[in-house]
Design a protein around this ligand. Structure first.
Ligand code: 4AZ
Length: 584
């Protein structure tokens, strides 16, 4: 670890806080917003992301993330906890999750009511009058007919109504209007949906007094047409007004208007993955941004009052808490910060509990670093290891100083070395390898002492350029001097690396460093971790130290293997259960 000047570095941090992409809560004042044409990110739109793209959003609890797409779980893969529900076909399901996973494969089977089915209950949605283009929405609950209130009527709700009526793309537009005397009533139905429901019965429905207020109208989407220059084309081919993109409201119905946003307008919040979510999702105890900025401690200090609404959304959130989660990225013990060293830091006990050293049985030096990711698995750089040397490697866990050995160090032999099949030693393309440790006691799981797995990132959108991350290792220090203590430093993720390294830079690589090169990885750090922390301080192994033009040179940042690009490769070998922090 080459760590030179703390002062220069701090100065740099102060300078770059303006440019670094951070968490921004959009202002409600229109004067402070970016001009409309600046909201959307073109290159991101090319990927046609939707509500089913798990590189951008979390999948539903009845889905799992496969190759970047949320796909249907089988009903038996749902948590067993929850209340029973009744489908439109009057079939009783044990849980809401089971019904939704069943529906996921057979869209005809929709949710109708909570509890087991009874012969008398019914729920009908229809549009009135039949011949008009813009129509009021009549809801008949157990033969009681009402209309939907205009109050808080948005495209979120309109899309659900249309979907319920078998218009899969949802609504084209909404309107508020006064009804003819024929459908006049003193009550109306106040509807609030999340926007991804497939039946209106899943939304929160409450009867309120109408007064003289207007009622909700909708036009459901039927025929596709060309979008005008002031319209945005959704992935589902609907056209919506351009100024309705990036506002936290799912106008498209497939969410494609909210997933590629530089900034967010109106009452919405910008996730660092460039997704806009409604402000009402902030501090609601459900993570909506991939890295949890919406549930961040300093954003949610008071803990918002929960308004428990009668909707399946609360049930959906409850189901999420029953899903299995793996423990990763959170050190077990409290950190004891040791004194700072000029230009850098020595790691304290338990501060980098995923850091391991890879040594050869015949060699006292640390050849390379590695990262514990759970199970018996170590992630490292392909250029660090050779298949034929599998019996000579030793993994050292829980170590701080390679000479002054601390307590709690353990060494492991290897079962397997798995080098990426497309690793090219000349170019360092796909510089990634997995090492499988041998358990100490045969048949028992690996659980190295004083070691905690770093989480494996599943999306390249989790940490943007400018994000500050930590790199650690026993590699060379300033002047290429050998060192013995585990050291770490802050580096910033960079997006302009193909300009710096030109034809030597490939997909699957990412640069990180400081503008003056004062903090960098170096010889011996290879294979070790570049970890980034999410809003709740959970550590993700974002990069593997791979290469760079010398060490600590201005204009030549370190190059890392971009782990998020290899999530599928990693989980193929380790099994999904080892590396999937969430339902991904
Ligand atoms: C190496 O030789 C090496 N400055 C590792 C990292 C960097 C350069 C060289 C990045 O292992």
């Amino acid at each position: 670890m080459r760590l030179i000047s703390v002062l220069v570095f701090i100065l740099y941090l102060l300078l770059c806080t303006d440019t670094a992409k951070g968490i921004t809560r959009s202002s409600k004042k229109p004067t402070q917003q970016a001009p409309p044409e600046n909201y959307l990110i073109e290159e991101c739109l090319n990927n046609s992301y939707t509500v089913n793209s798990c590189k951008k959003v979390f999948c539903q609890p009845w889905q799992r993330c496969m190759d970047g797409t949320c796909s249907c779980k089988l009903p038996y893969q749902c948590p067993k906890n929850g209340t029973s529900v009744c489908s439109a076909e009057r079939k009783t399901f044990r849980t809401y999750c089971q019904l939704k996973s069943y529906e996921c494969q057979r869209p005809k089977s929709k949710f109708r009511s909570r509890g087991s089915c009874t012969p008398q209950d019914n729920f009908e949605v229809s549009l009135k009058p039949e011949n008009a283009s813009e129509r009021f929405i009549q809801v008949a609950v157990n033969s009681q007919e009402t209309f939907i209130c205009g109050h808080e009527w948005s495209m979120n709700e309109a899309n659900v109504v249309c979907r319920d009526l078998h218009f899969p793309e949802g609504a084209d537009r909404i309107k508020l209007d006064r009804p003819d005397d024929a459908w006049n009533s003193s009550e109306c139905l106040k509807v609030t949906c999340r926007g991804t429901e497939t039946s209106l019965a899943e939304c929160s429905l409450a009867s309120t007094s109408r007064g003289r207020k207007k009622l909700a109208k909708v036009v459901c989407h039927t025929a596709h047409k060309e979008c005008s220059s002031t319209e945005f084309r959704c992935v589902n081919r609907k056209c919506i007004p351009s100024d309705k993109t990036c506002d936290g409201i799912n106008d498209c119905g497939d969410l494609s208007d909210e997933l590629c946003c530089k900034a967010c307008r109106g009452e919405s919040f910008h996730c660092s993955s460039n997704v806009c979510i409604p402000n009402k999702y902030l501090c609601n105890k459900e993570m909506d941004c991939l890295t949890g900025e919406d549930e961040n401690n300093h954003l949610c200090r008071e803990g918002r009052e929960e308004t428990e609404e009668e909707s399946m959304d609360t049930e959906r959130r409850k189901i999420k808490t029953f899903l299995p989660q793996i423990h990763c990225g959170v050190p077990n013990h409290t950190v004891t910060r040791r004194k700072r060293i000029i230009g850098g830091h020595s790691a304290g006990k338990g501060e980098f509990p995923w850091q391991v050293a890879i040594r050869s049985v015949s060699n006292t030096q640390v050849n390379c670093g590695g990262i514990y990711i759970g199970g018996c698995w170590i992630l490292t750089a392909a250029h660090c290891v050779r298949q034929s040397y599998v019996h000579t490697y030793r993994i050292w866990t829980g170590m701080l100083d390679t000479v002054l050995k601390n307590e709690g160090i353990e060494t492991f032999k290897l079962n397997r070395v798995i080098i990426h099949e497309n690793y090219i030693s000349k170019t360092y393309e796909n510089d990634i390898a997995l090492l499988e440790m041998k358990t100490i006691d045969q048949g028992k799981p690996c659980s190295p002492p004083n070691t905690v797995a770093a989480c494996v990132p599943w999306s390249p959108y989790m940490f943007p350029a400018g994000h500050q991350c930590k790199v650690s290792g026993w590699g060379r220090a300033e002047g290429y001097e050998r060192q013995f203590a585990l050291k770490w430093g802050y580096v910033n993720l960079m997006s302009n690396c193909s300009e710096i390294y030109k034809e030597r830079y490939f997909k699957g690589m990412e640069c990180a460093g400081t503008y003056d090169g004062s903090v960098d990885s170096c010889r011996g750090d290879s294979g070790g971790p570049l970890v980034c922390f999410d809003s709740n301080n959970v550590a993700y192994v974002w990069g593997i130290v791979s290469w760079g033009e010398n060490c600590g040179e201005e204009g030549h940042p370190g190059v890392y293997t971009k782990v998020a690009d290899y999530f599928e490769w990693i989980s193929r070998h380790t099994g999904k259960a080892v590396v999937s922090r969430f339902n991904v």
